[in-house]
Design a protein around this ligand. Structure first.
Ligand SMILES: [Zn+2]
Length: 301
């Protein structure tokens, strides 16, 4: 028994402190994202694996040969994690984790917007989806060598059986802004995917802008394989419309000659740094992707 009231207060305080320490620590998205700033893509791969281990998410690696990259790599490595039934079709959530390599300087983009942002969103969706009952196998796929000819996604697709993949949701360049921008394939199955994304946008009161012509990424290899795919990014709403005009209206865009949206001066340049990323956008992206995959899991055959 404690006689001194101060001693009792100290003990209470200690108990409160230890209780707080025992509670699960909410991931700090920018602190975790910052760990992807590395000198090479293999080091970036190590950082991603460390994040997965810390969150208790079991993963496997897929290594593939490639022509020499600008920094001389001759292999690439995809990272995969699956939830749900082993049998039947799977829904793939993909994001490339690799950053652009620059041969001349021998360096690497920090790749925080493109595509540390998508990498973190997938990590947060996996963390949220763990333990939920699922009808489909959900595969999280962090691809390598998107920035080198889409080699990682192609190696992954080549390793799957025909018809095994029901749909792919790709996340690329979702680092800042309040508006989701997305591009879908052109088949009837893609139309269903489009409808699901649009429904989630409406339900979440999220401004979403569909691009008939969307900047190319891993989704192009998925389209070529005739698998339904949607690729999602984020931008400030005005910039989203400017990018839409640039890609879809061409010379009729009304944009000043030679003017390009700021995002195109950030990605693939030394400006793609942590300060460009807004944690609120990562939260919006996680919410959009999580609800989209939840609905696809319920709707798709
Ligand atoms: Zn990218």
């Amino acid at each position: 028994m404690l006689r001194h009231p101060l001693a009792a207060a100290c003990l209470l305080l200690l108990a409160a402190c230890s209780a707080r320490a025992a509670a699960p620590v909410a991931p700090d998205p920018l602190r975790d994202l910052a760990r992807l700033r590395q000198v090479s893509n293999p080091a970036r791969l190590e950082a991603l694996q460390a994040l997965l281990r810390e969150r208790g998410l079991p993963f496997e690696l897929q290594t593939f040969p490639s022509p020499a990259t600008p920094l001389g790599r001759t292999t690439g490595t995809n990272v995969m994690l699956t939830f749900g039934p082993a049998e039947g079709r799977e829904i793939v959530l993909s994001a490339h984790y690799d950053a652009v390599e620059w041969k001349q300087s021998g360096t690497l983009s920090q790749g925080m917007v493109d595509n540390g942002s998508g990498t973190m969103i997938l990590l947060d969706v996996a963390t949220a989806l763990r333990g939920r009952p699922l009808r489909h196998r959900i595969r999280f796929l962090w691809t390598d060598q998107e920035e080198f000819g889409l080699k990682g996604i192609e190696a992954f697709l080549a390793s799957r059986k025909p018809g095994e993949i029901a749909a792919v949701v790709n996340v690329d360049t979702a680092g800042y802004g309040e508006a989701a921008v997305y591009g879908v394939g052109k088949t009837a199955a893609d139309a269903q995917l489009h409808q699901t994304v649009a429904t989630v946008c409406a339900a979440q009161r999220l401004e979403c802008l569909e691009f008939p012509a969307f900047p190319a990424g891993d989704d192009r290899a998925v389209q070529r394989a005739a698998i339904p795919v949607v690729s999602i990014g984020f931008l400030p709403r005005i910039e989203a419309h400017q990018l839409w005009l640039l890609f879809n209206a061409k010379e009729g865009s009304g944009l000043a000659d030679g003017w390009v949206p700021p995002v195109l001066k950030i990605i693939h340049t030394p400006e793609d740094t942590l300060d460009k990323v807004d944690p609120r956008t990562l939260g919006r992206g996680t919410g959009l992707v999580l609800e989209t995959v939840r609905r696809l899991d319920a709707e798709l055959g």
